[in-house]
Design a protein around this ligand. Structure first.
Ligand SMILES: *Cc1c(COP(=O)(O)O)cnc(C)c1O
Length: 463
């Protein structure tokens, strides 16, 4: 299995190389050269298997000969052993034919654990074999950073630096990043938005001297291995509801287009998906682009669903690459336009192609709050604000005959203030992390400035 860049001008890599590299050297994102297919019988045979077995069968063809079957099986087993639910990604029925896929039973209570726990194990095995170490730098709106720190804390071959927007993550998110005591973990509060953190991260990757000097590796949702890990729960949940014998639809609260893109890959592999619905908050660049063809960045407006407060949606580039018939030069041009003018327009043909795969909707702050209150009252289900956006949008988009699965991306206790304001109830943390508020915090505050960040990291890596 080979991986190519969405901008067509970077080296072609193996799975292992693409995973360790993150962002391609031409600024693009790695995607598989071809998408492996799963036949209906192979999908049917997933029924009744454990989550780990489904994960093995769905991901195996993408990994090539990077890992043996036995190694890959062990990696998957370790990745999901720390989850607080034996099904890993259980489905619950919210209302007739509308299901919630609970993706928040991992160690940091958000769906990012599915990918990050796997990536931690993949990196450890690959780096030990190569006798190398890497510096992981990530940008986070809250959940990626806590999941990355949890996955990499204490690993031998990795130093991990996480940039988060100062004052714009929830207290639980912040504490999950600032309370681990391992010396290889560094939480960095940046004076700026998430998009600033993401931009500085991209700057570091595009500074090849720095990148090679510290052996920079990326685990943001641009890393192909993360997208891959997320493909699994589309299969496990669809099969639980009758795939491949009937189609299902998914609604996905998204900002960076990572989670929904994993659903698109599942569809391309052969899973019978009817609708893939993109659900955004008031920072709705994806909804606007899918409805009008114009991808136009605006100011980020902080919301009660901070993990989706994004205006530059990195993974959308992967969808554009396919919509442009994998023409890397065309994608590179759009990204140039984005950089120089703050936006771009896709052609009508491309807009139509995107519309064949994705529909979209948005929820305002008031609609999000109302959805939390409504579902708590009517079903007893306490939704986190991100999941509530999904449920709100799903309700408007669904036809009642096709099962709709809304991805519940975080545990309500990760966003207690918004949940309490909406439902009048303080969501308690699960028992296993009840002492989070008592642990001492450790973080550094750094300016939104590339050279300051580079110096900070160079001083602290173990080489
Ligand atoms: C990261 C995150 C999202 C958005 O995920 P994308 O990678 O943008 O698709 C939604 N909800 C929660 C809770 C998150 O942590």
């Amino acid at each position: 299995m080979k991986y190519i860049s969405t901008r067509g001008a970077a080296p072609i890599l193996t799975f292992e190389e693409a995973m360790l590299t993150g962002l391609a050297r031409d600024g693009g994102l790695y995607v598989p050269e071809t998408i492996p297919q799963m036949a209906a019988e192979e999908i049917a045979a997933l029924a009744g298997l454990s989550y780990e077995e489904v994960a093995f069968r769905v991901m195996r063809p993408f990994v090539g000969d990077t890992f043996s079957d036995a190694e890959f099986g062990d990696i998957i087993a370790h990745a999901y052993a720390g989850f607080g639910h034996s099904a890993r990604a259980p489905l619950v029925e919210l209302s007739s034919n509308h299901f919630l896929l609970e993706l928040f039973h991992g160690p940091t209570l958000a769906f990012k654990d599915f990918a990050m726990q796997l990536i931690g194990q993949l990196f450890e095995v690959a780096l030990a074999r190569r006798g190398e170490r890497v510096t992981i730098v990530g940008a986070t709106s809250g959940d990626t950073g806590s999941a990355a720190i949890e996955a990499f804390r204490g690993l031998d071959a990795v130093d991990v630096f996480i940039l988060y927007p100062h004052g714009r993550v929830s207290e639980v998110q912040r504490r999950q990043m600032t309370t681990p005591t391992e010396a290889n973990v560094h939480a960095i509060a940046i004076d700026g938005h998430f998009d600033d953190c993401q931009a500085r991260l991209k700057d570091m990757f595009n500074d090849f001297d720095f990148r090679d000097g510290v052996r920079l590796a990326g685990v943001n949702s641009i890393n192909w291995a993360r997208v891959l890990a997320q493909v699994v729960y589309y299969f496990s949940s669809a099969v639980a509801l009758g795939a491949p014998h009937r189609k299902v639809s998914f609604t996905v609260p998204t900002g960076n287009f990572g989670d929904i893109f994993a659903g698109y890959i599942a569809k391309r592999m052969g899973l019978g998906i009817d609708q893939l619905v993109v659900a955004t908050n008031q920072n709705d660049i994806l909804h606007r682009c899918l409805s009008t063809g114009a991808y136009q960045t605006q100011e980020v407006i902080p919301s009660i669903s901070p993990s989706m407060d994004i205006q530059v949606s990195s993974n959308f580039e992967r969808a554009l690459f396919d919509a442009y018939d994998r023409d890397g030069a065309a994608v590179a041009q759009l990204m140039e336009d984005l950089k120089s003018t703050g936006g771009f327009c896709v052609s009508q043909g491309v807009q139509q192609r995107l519309a064949n795969d994705f529909t979209s909707g948005r929820a305002s702050e008031a609609q999000t709050t109302a959805a939390i209150a409504h579902w708590h009252q009517h079903s007893g289900e306490l939704l986190c604000p991100h999941s509530a956006i999904g449920v709100h949008v799903a309700k408007a988009m669904r036809d009642n005959a096709t099962p709709m699965i809304t991805l519940a991306t975080a545990h309500p206790a990760k966003f207690p203030a918004a949940v309490e304001a909406a439902a009048g109830l303080h969501p308690p943390l699960p028992e296993r992390m009840a002492d989070l508020y008592d642990r001492p915090e450790r973080m550094s505050r750094v300016a939104n400035d590339l050279s300051a960040l580079k110096a900070f990291i160079e001083e602290r890596i173990t080489s």
